[in-house]
Design a protein around this ligand. Structure first.
Ligand code: C2O
Ligand code: CU
Ligand code: CU
Length: 452
């Protein structure tokens, strides 16, 4: 986890210090910190934004000694990890009071896919506020992809995309209800806590970028000037083969890994986020619904010449399609008037007509089953839906599962999408929700009980 150069947070896969035990101290703190050239009174882990990158291997035992030094209750969720949702493992129903500590502990299964995962608080009704103040960190699992020489030989960079809303005095701005309904977006957009940081590439060389959307609502439509992006992994791990893209939409919670080749004339090339319209509150007279502006996220800077060059392999990591489902369910997303958060009437977000309750199991499934879940979105807003504990395969337009492990799927306004998932090992209570975190806080979340 060594950083090469102050401005270039490059991770190299170092020699395996394979003790099998990963121990990390994480302290969630409120602090004055500089992000993107602005000093703000924000939240971070261990005094930094984003938090430290944790790296582990399948089969490792992970122990995270967590301290809540925030002035409010919080907890941790390990987004995308296939570990138990119970006890002191990935249990998002735990609540850690201000000033309290808790040790999270779990085993990564020996069969856990390698990939780019992340951790963030999951305190219902406070998730958007806590994450948008900075609480997010990357959790890398090294796997098969990291053993493919053409991938492993490339320098590696992690890019955590965050946005912050602070006033001129650096105090976080809490959005009003309308902004929360659309999903808050901060004007200060950063990569690894910096505005437009440089990432170095050698002429004719490759870099591998792991990109995490840790923003509470902002979508990033990514394009690197004059460079195709070779997609090698999505949320839950490697693809069967690299895919060439001119641009990739990254919705909240999603991750990608892309390879970039230094194949253009030497110079500087901007990594952009292009405008995207994720819809708005149509029933409220067209609030929101404006495309976001173009933002320069980072700059790829050519420096030096690679002493050799190579092509990407045609094949990466094999993925078996899930078998036909035994159960089909549908989840209708909605927004409506309900009991507001502050007691009065207000807007809520719903799944199958109900707002989240921690005291109600919405969906019961049994182990050793395969299910198809259809998310139906009749609203005028996009909703990126996320499921804890078990990744899924999205069903393509041909009715067949796409060979990629995902844990967030974009359900566009006025559309529907089906995913397939298997419940094979862990029992317990997990959740599914919209990863526009204000929507989650306003009720677009359900509880899933996996029974033995
Ligand atoms: Cu990244 Cu339930 O969340
Ligand atoms: Cu999650
Ligand atoms: Cu949503």
């Amino acid at each position: 986890m060594a950083a090469a150069g102050a401005l270039v947070p490059v991770l190299r896969a170092g020699p395996a210090a394979n003790t099998g035990l990963i121990e990390v101290d994480l302290d969630a703190q409120q602090m004055w910190i500089e992000v993107g050239g602005t000093t703000g009174y924000l939240y971070g882990f261990n005094g930094q934004i984003p938090g430290p990158t944790i790296e582990a291997r399948p089969g490792d035992h992970v122990r995270i000694r967590f301290t809540n030094s925030l002035p409010e209750p919080t907890n941790l969720h390990y987004h995308g990890l296939h570990v138990p949702p119970t006890g002191y493992a990935d249990n998002s129903l735990l609540e850690i009071a201000a000033g309290e500590s808790l040790t999270y502990e779990f085993d990564l299964p020996a069969s856990h896919p390698g990939g780019t995962f992340w951790y963030h608080p999951h305190m219902h009704e406070s998730v958007a506020r806590q994450v948008s103040r900075g609480l997010a960190g990357v959790f890398i699992v090294r796997g098969e992809l990291d053993q493919i020489p053409e991938i492993a030989d490339a320098p590696e960079a992690v890019l955590v995309l965050q946005d912050f809303g602070v006033d001129s005095g650096g105090r976080p701005v809490e959005p009003g209800l309308m902004e929360r309904m659309i999903g808050r977006e901060g004007d200060l957009v950063t990569v690894n806590g910096q505005a437009n940081p440089p990432f170095r590439i050698q002429k004719d060389g490759w870099i591998r970028m792991r990109i995490v959307n840790a923003s509470s609502s902002r979508f990033y439509r990514l394009r690197l000037e004059e460079h195709p992006l070779y997609l090698i992994a999505v949320d839950g791990g490697a693809l069967p083969a690299p895919e060439e893209h001119d641009e990739i939409l990254l919705t909240p919670g999603e991750r990608i890994e892309v390879m970039v080749r230094g194949a253009r004339p030497e110079g500087s090339y901007r990594l952009l986020s292009l405008p995207y319209n994720r819809g708005g509150m149509g029933m409220m007279g067209g609030m929101g619904g404006a495309p976001s502006r173009t933002i320069v996220l980072a700059t790829v800077v050519y420096e030096g010449q690679a002493d050799r060059t190579w092509s990407l392999p045609k094949q990466l990591v094999g993925i078996d399609p899930l078998p036909a489902p035994s159960v089909r369910r549908s989840f209708q997303l909605g927004q409506g008037m309900g009991m507001g958060m502050m007691g009065g009437g207000g807007m809520t977000f719903t799944i199958n007509g109900r707002s989240f309750s921690p005291n109600r199991i919405d969906t019961r499934v049994v182990l050793n089953s395969v299910e198809d879940w259809e998310f139906i979105n009749p609203t005028m807003m996009d909703h990126p839906m996320h499921v804890h504990t078990n990744p899924f395969q999205v069903i393509g337009s041909d009715g067949l599962p796409i060979r990629a492990w995902k844990d967030v799927v974009l359900v566009r306004a006025n559309s529907r999408i089906r995913v397939r998932t298997a419940f094979r090992d862990f029992t317990g209570t997990a959740m599914y929700h919209c990863h526009i975190l204000d929507h989650e806080d306003l009720g677009m979340m359900g509880l899933l009980e996996i029974q033995g």
